[in-house]
Design a protein around this ligand. Structure first.
Ligand SMILES: NC(=O)c1ccc[n+]([C@@H]2O[C@H](COP(=O)([O-])OP(=O)(O)OC[C@H]3O[C@@H](n4cnc5c(N)ncnc54)[C@H](OP(=O)(O)O)[C@@H]3O)[C@@H](O)[C@H]2O)c1
Length: 246
């Protein structure tokens, strides 16, 4: 039986992952800031085959609550085998360009809170010498685009942090998976004008994530075609990229 902590438990992508794990009989613990949304996800998991589902109210920007949340998780479901960090906000780039507080808030939610959580989880996993830490970053972190570089910078920080953490924890038998979705149809992207054929469902992305964790992979572009798209985008020289960047 697998014990799984999900931070950002009401995220559409995370909830789709949780449904897979519930069907496998996992014990799940969901942390998030909105009781109603969290409980709705938990109820759905309980009527599936989840062995146990706990919830915990947490605003990830309240770093001082992270340790208490981890303690509550262990108390509820036992030693943690898998952590999925899935919370995030899609920054309003136009607002951030003129609002220091908004920019700092976005960097806090999308990067600093994740790094703070990873710092605690990494030490615990290093001691227990097993487990998988899976973190949802984004293709947006691969390159700074004019239209979303605040969000992209936060995700780049998460991607780089995870890369270093993976190297540190490798010797302890702990896996670190960096997940880079492209466009996904979730509440985060609702109302945006996105190129239809490139937009995936949360269920499709969740299947890839669950499989990548089971396979012990280091990184994942999901759906798969984003690895090709980002290979091209990453290889564009800077003097070209700044002219075509959207
Ligand atoms: N959708 C995409 O196209 C896409 C692409 C690449 C990467 N991603 C990443 O995928 C992850 C999941 O996003 P999603 O697409 O599933 O969107 P979503 O359904 O909107 O989920 C975002 C989650 O983050 C939580 N959250 C935001 N701020 C929080 C805070 N301060 N404290 C606690 N929880 C907070 C939200 O909780 P509330 O219920 O309280 O709002 C919500 O559960 C995010 O890291 C996102 O950046 C998404």
């Amino acid at each position: 039986m697998t014990n799984i902590l999900i931070v950002g438990g009401s995220s559409a992508i995370a909830a789709a992952c949780a449904r897979h794990w519930a069907d496998e009989g996992a014990r799940l613990f969901l942390a998030g800031r909105q009781a109603v949304r969290l409980e709705a996800v938990a109820q759905d998991l309980r009527v599936r085959s989840a062995s146990q589902v706990g919830t915990y109210l947490l605003d990830v920007n309240d770093h001082h609550q992270h340790a208490a949340m981890l303690d509550a998780c262990r108390e509820a479901i036992g030693p943690i085998d898998v952590v999925l960090i899935a919370h995030g906000t899609l920054s309003d780039q136009a607002v951030c360009e003129h609002d220091v507080d908004a920019t700092v808030r976005e960097l806090s939610t999308n990067a600093v809170s994740t790094i703070a959580l990873l710092t605690l989880v990494a030490s615990a996993f290093e001691t227990q010498k097993h487990g998988t830490i899976a973190v949802i970053s984004s293709v947006a972190g691969d390159r700074g685009r004019a239209s979303n570089y605040v969000y992209g910078a936060a995700k780049a920080a998460v991607t780089t942090f995870c890369e270093g953490l993976r190297a540190r924890l490798f010797k302890s038998g702990v896996r670190v998976l960096t997940i880079k979705p492209g466009f996904v149809a979730t509440p985060m992207t609702a109302g945006l004008s996105l190129p239809g054929p490139l937009v995936a469902s949360p269920e499709r992305v969740a299947s890839d994530i669950v499989r990548a964790i089971a396979q012990g992979r280091d990184s994942l572009y999901t759906p798969w075609f984003w690895s090709g798209i980002m290979l091209v985008i990453r290889s564009l020289p800077g003097f070209v990229f700044k002219r075509v960047s959207l």
